[in-house]
Design a protein around this ligand. Structure first.
Ligand code: DQA
Length: 143
């Protein structure tokens, strides 16, 4: 089954972000880890990243139209993008929110997610393994 794994702003630059917060993998390594974990759980993951809100909204529209399950790390958009919230609400398939870090243990402005309320669930704080756990959760939801 095809799924979309969407990544928001600055996740394409994990190579220069704080590795004590986001871990040691660069984006290409994260992408291939997600692709191979997805494959081992029976999914074909289309893993994408954009710094642009409109592009992410377009991908959510595509998922809604094609009825594709979605795993999303909205990155900073998590905390304020009502437009991504509204697009996520259009999905009739499962949506799982993931974060590499645990936003609840960080600055106050990261404590609000406008996405969590329209996701089936959120997995945060386990580094790249957050995505692997999300794939397991997704598989369970779809069984
Ligand atoms: C993040 C957490 C967000 O607060 C932050 O803006 C990010 C990454 C994470 O994966 O831990 O860019 O979504």
């Amino acid at each position: 089954m095809k799924i979309l794994v969407l990544n928001g702003p600055n996740l394409g630059r994990l190579d220069i972000r704080d590795s004590s917060i986001y871990g040691d993998l660069n984006y290409a390594e994260l992408k291939s880890l997600i692709e191979s974990a997805a494959q081992s759980h029976g999914f074909e993951a289309d893993v994408r990243q954009s710094d642009d809100e409109a592009t992410i909204i377009g991908w959510l529209h595509e998922a809604a139209d094609e009825k594709l399950p979605v795993i999303i790390n909205p990155a900073a958009f998590t905390h304020y993008s009502i437009a991504i919230h509204d697009a996520a609400e259009l999905l009739t398939t499962p949506l799982i929110e993931v974060h590499l870090s645990n936003p609840m243990s960080r600055e106050d402005f990261r404590h609000t997610s406008v996405i969590s309320g329209v996701a089936n669930g959120t997995i945060a704080g386990f580094g790249p393994n957050s995505y692997v756990l999300a794939l397991i959760a997704l598989k369970n939801l779809l069984q």
